[in-house]
Each structure stands twice: as C-alpha cells, then as structure tokens.
Design a protein around this ligand. Structure first.
Ligand code: PEP
Length: 253
C-alpha cells in the first residue's frame, strides 16, 4: 500500500497576522517536492490571512483545535463551520498540550473528532505517552486506549479518512526525538490495533504521522520506517527553511 507522505506544521501560539502571512508565503514560494501533502496550522487569528496567502497553492490549512458544538454559548470556543468558513480543511485534535494544559479528556477528543468528520474537516488526532508512562512500560496501553477512544464511534470509511499522529510527550519540544525504531514500534502497534478494530483495509490506508522534535536532519531516517507516513512538526515549522527541509526529506525516503 502506498500512503502519501503528509507533513503538517503546528504553529501553536506563534505568529501575528503579518508574521503568519510572511511565513505562509515563504513556504508556498519554496515548496518543490511533489507527491507530499503539506499543511500548516496557524493560530485562529491568522487563519484567514494564511488562507489568502495559500490560495492557488497545494498547501492545506488546518486549525489547532475545535469545539464539538456548531454554535452557542461557549465563550472562547471555535466551531467546525467557523473553521471551514476560514478556509480550513483539517483540524488538529487532542494535541498533548490540549490534554495536559487544558484538561482535555479522551471523551472530548472523541467528540471533536466526530464533529470534525460530520462537518467535513479531516481530524489529525494526536496520541502519545508521557515519559513516566514509557518508563513504566505502559506506552502501548496508553496509546491504544487513546486510539480506541477516538476511533470507537467511527465507521471503517470514516476511520480511514482521518490522520493519526503519534507524539510521545517526552519528545515534544525537548530536542530529543524518538529513535526511528521507537517510532516504528509504536506506529506498527497502532496499525495492528486499528486492523483489529476497523479491519485491514482501514489499517493499511490510515496515515500515521510521527511528532516530537522532528528536524530536517532526523526526518529521513524516521520516514524510512515502514509505518511512519509523515510528521507533525512544532518548533521546526516556525521558519520556512527548516519546514521545507523536513518536507523535502520526507520525500526522499
Ligand atoms: C508538537 O507539539 O506537535 C511537536 C511535535 O512539537 P516539536 O516539533 O517542537 O517537538
């Protein structure tokens, strides 16, 4: 099965609209590699600006989070229709920072995943263990629980259209990426788990991204792993050169 490589940049709480326009334009201008899906996820306030800068390019636009309700009295929240209106095709759901810093539960992640699919956005669902959980040899248990909760209510067709991101929390923003072997071990386990829950076809079509201190230098060896289909990039996506370097490295595997 050939799964198209997918490189997504999560800008987190960075970039004013002016900075966002400059970065998006530089990515569009520098993008050479064909055959790779590329996405940027700026903060909400820069979505329409970045949508404008990406127009006519093949770079997709995603948001970093979403609420499951379509509208209502949810101060500070943003809905699926609002994100679509701003030009988004994708949304990151369940990022570890949302889980850790904002108390997001597996149930909330499942509701957001459902809402995204129902509203026509592709969810990029993040899972991953803490350092303590890894040291306690609970990585697979934690990751499988998160995958199971997020995918439980999805039909096979729905499950094969989402994107999963395995992001070990000890590797995020630390400069200490998982080794290619560590990433492959978990990606393979996730794929086997999805084969059991949703069938072989879903499992082999499902794209699983690795996230956690991905840089142009380590992308190639991660991408060489059979079950790694791309990356969710944090720090290294804030400058066009390093993000484009990662995109390029992902195509050369
Ligand atoms: C992330 O937060 O999704 C991430 C992978 O961050 P970083 O690349 O900075 O480790």
């Amino acid at each position: 099965v050939s799964r198209r490589p997918f490189i997504a940049g999560n800008w987190k709480m960075h970039k004013t609209t002016g900075e966002a326009r400059a970065l998006a334009s530089a990515i569009v201008a520098g993008l050479a590699s064909e055959g790779i899906d590329v996405l940027v996820a700026p903060p909400y306030t820069a979505l329409t600006t970045v949508a404008d800068a990406l127009r006519g390019s093949r770079v997709a636009l995603g948001a970093q989070d979403v609420h499951w309700e379509r509208q209502g009295a949810y101060t500070g929240a943003i809905s699926v229709p609002m994100l679509k209106d701003a030009g988004c095709t994708h949304v990151i759901v369940g990022h570890s920072e949302r889980r850790e810093l904002f108390g997001e539960t597996d149930e909330a992640v499942a509701r957001k995943t459902r809402a995204a699919i129902d509203g026509g956005l592709v969810p990029i669902v993040c899972v991953g263990e803490t350092l303590v959980e890894r040291e306690q040899a609970r990585t697979m248990e934690v990751v499988e629980r998160e995958v199971e909760r997020a995918l439980r209510a999805l039909s096979p067709a729905e499950a094969s259209a989402i994107v999963l991101a395995y992001e070990p929390m000890w590797a995020i923003g630390t400069g200490c990426a998982a080794t290619p072997e560590q990433a492959q071990e978990v990606h393979r386990a996730i794929r086997r788990f999805v084969a059991r829950s949703h069938g072989d076809d879903v499992s082999s079509a499902l794209r699983i991204l690795y996230g956690g201190s991905v840089k142009p230098d380590n992308m190639r060896s991660l991408m060489a792993q059979p079950d790694v289909d791309g990356a969710l990039v944090g720090g290294a996506c804030l400058e066009a050169a390093s993000f484009l370097g990662i995109v390029q490295a992902s195509g050369a595997a």
